[in-house]
Design a protein around this ligand. Structure first.
Ligand SMILES: O=C(O)[C@H](O)[C@@H](O)[C@H](O)[C@H](O)COP(=O)(O)O
Length: 247
């Protein structure tokens, strides 16, 4: 399946990057709600993934939050109240402050959740949730999957040269040896990311420039996982000047 050429949006700084991506996200959500009655987004961790949620908290008066399905691209398999949880960070930044329908917020279980310390059961549960909202496929067609990115090109918890990155079938896998701590995580895989209509990267800093260049110019996705992520309708790289330095 061919994918559209990536679009690159270069912002002067992180504040502008987040505002540009935030404005466009509001537009996509409002358009989807007008056309289909609902929108679906996949959240991500990291400083930019959380910063866009803080931006939305202040600028999303046009969004009907009760008609947004919220998923997570990955989360750390640590206790619910651990500061490392992407869900907790997202809740503090946005989710606790807008009128979401709790039945439409799909959280990966923590290590003290319904499955206790059984990470495989917790990952299987999230796979079940995705299937239930996927019209016969393994994962939904998300309107927008947000992605942060590490300097070595990792996205979600898909790190270079790992089985999780190489997964071709399952939509969700457990990771127990993440090279970046904490070691245990649950993550959507590239097949799930790539079912999204739009995949958006939020990337700042010159230390990410080589990975951005690899991602944009079709580098080897084994080496640079970001290069394997594409939306079916659009792939957008929101980058600051530093992250764009090698383009
Ligand atoms: O799971 C993690 O360990 C991090 O959350 C990580 O995946 C992060 O999202 C990226 O490294 C981008 O982070 P920044 O947006 O802070 O650059």
């Amino acid at each position: 399946m061919s994918t559209p050429e990536p679009e690159i949006v270069v912002a002067d700084d992180t504040t502008a990057l987040i505002a540009q991506a935030g404005q466009r996200l509001v537009y996509v959500i409002v358009s989807a709600q007008r056309d289909r009655g609902a929108a679906s987004i996949v959240l991500t961790g990291g400083s930019n993934g959380i910063a866009i949620l803080e931006w939305l908290r202040a600028h999303s008066e046009d969004v009907d939050w009760r008609a947004v399905d919220v998923y997570f691209g990955d989360d750390r398999f640590v206790p619910r109240d651990d500061d490392e949880r992407n869900h907790g960070q997202a809740a503090r930044a946005l989710l606790d402050h807008v009128d979401l329908d709790p039945a439409r917020v799909f959280v990966m279980e923590p290590s003290d959740g319904r499955f206790g310390d059984d990470i495989d059961a917790a990952a299987a549960d999230y796979a079940r949730i995705l299937r239930e909202h996927a019209d016969g496929a393994d994962s939904p067609v998300f309107d927008v999957h947000l992605l942060g990115m590490g300097g070595e090109g990792h996205i979600n918890s898909l790190f270079p040269h790992t089985d999780a990155r190489a997964e071709q079938t399952a939509a969700v896998v457990a990771v127990t040896d993440s090279p970046k701590p904490p070691p245990r995580r649950i993550t959507l895989t590239l097949p799930a990311v790539n079912r999204s209509a739009q995949v958006w990267f939020l990337v700042a800093g010159e230390d990410k420039a080589d990975a951005v260049a690899a991602g944009v110019t079709g580098g080897d996705p084994v080496e640079w996982p970001c290069a394997g992520a594409h939306g079916s309708a659009a792939t957008v790289w929101f980058v600051d000047r530093g992250a764009a330095a090698a383009l």
